[in-house]
Design a binder for this molecule. Structure first.
Ligand code: SF4
Ligand code: SF4
Length: 191
């Protein structure tokens, strides 16, 4: 989790009034929390997480009150995409020292540990709902992290700086202009 809630609102949209976490507690286990008043490592259940959810709900840390995954914000994601139902947790991701311009600020679709029966149609639906704007989208399954948006041809052109063919020129130019602040070595490898 990251406290960049204004950026999350501008890139993902405001928190939707009709979405509720319900029984989902995926973010309480999956994500890193690193704020002055509360920290937890990625992939470990929060010490306050019990069988009935957060044990300190009424006095939970500010980051837990203000952070919401993409499912709570993106209307185009269907109800079934809630992380505990889909096995996929989608959130905005921030990398302090990005290896390339697509890593600094991006949307990350994480396959949850143990969710080995991921519904491929749901994964495709989720990706479709996210890959329509100038925000990079990555998919990670715990061992690999793959860039899904923009597609490989566009990404390679953006990173290499080589001239784009006519049918891709506008798209490549738009990505370059938006992300030149993050421009670094041309590396789009996996994590
Ligand atoms: S992952 Fe999303 S839906 Fe699940 S508890 Fe966190 S904010 Fe709520
Ligand atoms: S304090 Fe509560 S809401 Fe925050 S991560 Fe822990 S269990 Fe989840």
């Amino acid at each position: 989790m990251h406290s960049g809630t204004d950026l999350e609102t501008s890139l993902l949209g405001p928190v939707l009034a009709d979405r509720d976490c319900g029984d989902c507690t995926a973010c309480c286990t999956v994500l890193t929390v690193d704020t002055p008043d509360f920290k937890k490592p990625a992939g470990a259940p929060c010490i306050h997480l019990g069988s009935r959810g957060c044990g300190i709900h009424a006095v939970r840390p500010n980051i837990c009150r203000t952070w919401f995954c993409a499912w709570r914000r993106v209307e185009a994601m269907p109800d079934e995409a809630r992380p505990d139902r889909s096995g996929l947790l989608v959130s905005l991701n921030f990398v302090r020292e990005p290896r390339n311009c697509f890593e600094g600020v991006s949307i990350n679709v994480r396959a949850l540990a143990g969710a080995d029966a991921i519904d491929k149609a749901m994964a495709a639906t989720i990706l479709d709902s996210l890959c329509d704007q100038l925000v990079p989208v990555w998919f990670s399954d715990g061992s690999r992290k793959m860039l899904m948006h923009p597609d490989a041809e566009v990404a390679d052109l953006v990173l290499s700086g080589e001239p784009a063919p006519a049918h891709l020129r506008d798209e490549v130019t738009a990505w370059r202009e938006r992300y030149e602040v993050f421009a670094t070595a041309p590396d789009r490898g996996t994590l």
